[in-house]
Design a protein around this ligand. Structure first.
Ligand SMILES: [Zn+2]
Ligand SMILES: [Zn+2]
Length: 420
């Protein structure tokens, strides 16, 4: 029986992998400008890292998390998201609550979802978290950084939607009013929302069921319940975004799928793939560090879904067929001596960062030229007995079909003198 990757899990291969590299490089370039440093946390964590943080009544914990007992009988989970592990690491390694910590991360996450367009069981996120700053100006700067990151990647149509979820003082008043509204209209809710209504009515706001969506649009809005503090902070976020020239739309339905957010929440969406898709989301989560057993430290962060981001980059660049970007050199050799010479020359060029291909099996010249083509070599050099004798050979440029005679000792210099 042939083997397949698990359902909802993908191999990331060429040519797409070059876009992944580009995205990663962009993150390493942009985020450190804002003083973020990379952190790599384990994929496997104690299950409680997620049940305590994400919330028992979220879809993630109830239905999607990969949970199992390890061989020692300990309940562990494959991380379904990146924030809780970063907070766990923060609590473990940083004792001083006055210290500001900025981390970014990227890696695989796991959720046992029904695989569908753009949703996978293994997916990749790029995210960042700032711990130790409560100013709403930071919220705006974090959002702005995401905007800069997308623009740097050439994404044109990302739309920012922003909301405030209130704080532990004002949100309960909204939740009560919202619960009463749901209770009165219970017959219009889906079974999930009905069941979660008591413990977590907010879930109905981001429920994808059309009935729940239509109903909650008519319900009470959090913005009518915000306390003075929350309203002032939200105004500051919007004002600072204006100052930084980041466009936004206020949308009271942006609640995110996680229980720990307060005040600022946001999403970036794009319609580059036909329908409106979220490509990034985040917000403020001041209570989470304490909830997970750490000090009372304010925090804000975001995560970007990389599979979708890569699809959007491809769509925006119209990359249906991979562009053949010729590079490197292929040595076609005739005879054992020529092959040995080519092996030595290849190392010199590779040390100078030039990709080199060759044939190890003494195949025909025709077969070797096919290999050069498959490699996408920009140059081909054929070496046989007469070339060895004269110590020079023809360097063929495959794009322009031109040939130049080059001394075998001067290949590197010749290649370096050709403008890229
Ligand atoms: Zn408030
Ligand atoms: Zn629902």
């Amino acid at each position: 029986m042939s083997q397949h990757a698990l359902r909802g899990m993908n191999d990331i291969r060429p040519p797409d992998i070059s876009i992944w590299h580009e995205v990663e490089k962009c993150a390493h370039e942009i985020f450190p400008r804002y003083l973020y440093q990379e952190i790599r946390t384990p994929i496997l964590e104690d299950m409680s890292v997620f049940t305590r943080s994400i919330g028992d009544t979220t879809n993630i914990v109830e239905k999607e998390m990969y949970v199992f007992q390890d061989r020692g009988g300990k309940w562990v989970a494959l991380r379904p998201e990146g924030t809780a592990p970063v907070v766990r690491a923060y609590i473990e390694h940083h004792g001083n609550p006055d210290e500001v910590v900025r981390y970014y991360y990227m890696g695989a996450m796991y959720r046992y979802e029904r695989p569908q367009q753009g949703r996978f069981r293994e997916f990749h996120q790029l995210g960042a978290e700032v711990l130790g700053i409560s100013s709403p100006k930071l919220d705006a700067e974090v959002i702005h950084m995401v905007d800069v990151f997308f623009k740097h990647l050439g994404i044109k149509n990302a739309v920012l939607e922003i909301n405030s979820l209130g704080c532990p003082i004002c949100r309960p008043k909204f939740l009560r009013a919202f619960f009463d509204f749901l209770h009165k209209n219970e017959d219009k809710l889906c079974s999930d929302c009905k069941r979660r209504m008591e413990k977590n009515p907010l879930r109905a706001l981001d429920c994808k069921n059309p009935g729940c969506d239509a109903l909650t649009r008519e319900g009470p809005s959090i913005h009518d319940f915000l306390c003075e503090d929350c309203e002032k902070d939200f105004d500051t976020v919007l004002e600072t975004l204006g100052l930084l020239k980041t466009e936004y739309k206020v949308n009271p339905k942006i609640v995110r799928g996680l229980d720990y957010y307060i005040k600022t929440t946001f999403e970036f969406t794009s319609n580059a793939l036909g329908s409106q898709n979220a490509i990034a989301g985040g917000g403020r989560y001041d209570g989470l560090v304490r909830l997970m057993g750490g000090p009372n430290v304010p925090a804000v962060g975001f995560a970007i879904g990389l599979e979708r981001l890569v699809d959007i980059i491809k769509a925006e660049r119209n990359l249906t067929a991979p562009v053949l970007n010729r590079k490197g050199l292929f040595f076609a050799t005739l005879g054992e001596k020529a092959l040995q010479k080519a092996l030595v020359l290849a190392q010199q060029l590779r040390n100078a960062n030039i990709p080199v291909g060759l044939d190890y099996e003494g195949k025909s010249l025709k077969s070797q030229m096919r290999k050069a083509d498959k490699m996408g070599a920009e140059f081909v050099m054929v070496i046989g007995d007469s070339e060895l004798e004269k110590n020079e050979a023809q360097l063929r440029n495959m794009s322009s079909s031109t040939e130049t005679t080059i001394s075998l000792d001067q290949i590197l210099q010749a290649l370096q003198s050709i403008p890229a």
